[in-house]
Design a protein around this ligand. Sequence first.
Ligand code: AMP
Length: 187
Amino acid sequence: MNLLLIGPPGSGKGTQGERLAARFGLEHLAAGDLLRAEVENHTELGQQVSELMKRGDLVPDKLIIELLIPRVQAAVAANGYLLDGFPRSVEQAVEARKLAETAGAVPDAVVYLDVPRAELVRRILARAETEDRSDDNPTTVENRLRVFDEATRPLIDYYRERGLLHEIDADQDADAVTAAIVRVLPD
Ligand code: AMP
């Protein structure tokens, strides 16, 4: 099975991604984590994206797609992927679809984690107390939420029109959210 997990920052993509990947035996590919690893390792790619990430802007499509392609291919050759944080725009989705169709790697379902904005801000600023992420601060959070609304939110209709979307009320504790997702997914 191949799954996409989309949602605004703070919606619980990381937590749910880990749980679902473990439960269904999928490869958890978290776009933001992969990019942060590049920054931490001071790779050329890391240097290209670090300022954009600090500001909460999206990195160029080509960079994230090239980073993901070999990992998605490996995941598909195994038991499937759980992509968390990709695609983040309709343009990325269209490009990914073209690549996936030739590789037999199209998603089987898309899960959208819906959380009210005030709760997102609360969660992100709480996370800032425990995790050292350069983009979890009040200024950048505003920009990340704006980027989600402008670039990523249109994906919800895109996938709904294709009959792939499962909208989940993610304003609940993590266990309840996992249970709600598992209920809507095929076994
Ligand atoms: P995340 O950990 O998913 O919140 O992502 C952290 C940051 O990584 C985002 O604010 C973007 O700067 C970058 N990023 C993650 N996924 C993507 C993507 N699919 N396209 C472009 N930039 C991304």
